[in-house]
Design a protein around this ligand. Structure first.
Ligand code: MG
Ligand code: MG
Length: 258
């Protein structure tokens, strides 16, 4: 999930807390890895939500999004022009050539995990493939900036520069976030450079970095369901997210099975 604003202090986690967050995030990585196999033409987003919640509970964690500010499901499932926070439904059946952004959060022993990927449904157009590749690489470029002494704005700049150089736009209205004993903590992690002072990174900070990259305009709007965020021009959008700890040795990606 993404955040619109928070202006609180940035928490620093102990190695033991980061260890627990590693487990929480590995469970999320397990869900997303499973979904890469389960996303095929004909499945409903309702089914994807069910199996994601089941996997999470079977591994001893609680789905973090279910009930969060009233969100009705465990998985955010956003198809094509939907950017983030799409609500799974029996009525949404995936078709060949679609893309679907799946975002999952877990809660385990007092800490949160949060990660997202955009998955092609069957074979997609070359331009969609490029959107997915560029968005995933922009996340990688952002993560490469996770180093003690760097600023949050170094992450923002790397993401924005890569996405825009490749002809796409980055969403402004929703941003990444710190994560820990709360799903959304300080600092905000925008995917674009803001003209204001930006916090320096310290060992023990844990960040959910999540570029949302649009094929057309950067502008987005929220549908009447109060959740689903779509592009204003109805062009497709992709979303990749990792939870990353700041360490003395650089970034430690927690939301991975490796
Ligand atoms: Mg998320
Ligand atoms: Mg998030």
């Amino acid at each position: 999930m993404t955040e619109q604003s928070s202006k609180k202090r940035i928490s620093v986690k102990t190695p033991e807390e980061i260890e627990i967050m590693g487990t929480a995030n590995r469970i999320v990585a397990g869900v997303l890895t499973m979904l890469k196999d389960e996303v095929v033409p004909g499945v409903t987003t309702y089914y994807l939500d069910k199996i994601s919640e089941e996997y999470c509970r079977d591994h001893g964690a609680t789905p973090a999004f279910k009930g969060y500010r009233g969100f009705p499901c465990s998985l955010c499932a956003s198809v094509n022009e939907q950017v983030v926070h799409g609500i799974p439904s029996r009525k949404v059946r995936l078709k060949e050539g679609d893309i679907i952004s799946v975002d999952f959060g877990s809660y385990y022993k007092g800490f949160y995990g949060d990660s997202a990927v955009t998955i092609p449904v069957g074979t997609v157009s070359a331009e969609l493939e490029r959107l997915l590749r560029v968005t995933e690489t922009s996340l990688k470029k952002g993560i490469e900036q996770v180093a003690i002494g760097n600023r949050i704005s170094d992450i923002s700049k790397a993401v924005q520069t890569y996405a825009e150089t490749n002809g796409f736009s980055v969403v402004r209205q929703f941003v990444g976030h710190g994560i820990g004993s709360e799903l959304h903590e300080a600092p905000e992690i925008p995917n674009y450079v803001q003209k204001m002072p930006s916090p320096r990174l310290l060992a023990g900070m844990v960040l959910a970095i999540e570029p949302m990259v649009n094929m057309g305009t950067e502008k987005v709007k929220v549908l009447r369901d109060q959740w689903t965020v779509v592009t204003e021009d109805s062009k497709p959008s992709a979303h990749f997210e990792h939870t990353v700890a700041v360490t003395d040795n650089g970034p430690l990606i927690l939301s991975t099975l490796d």
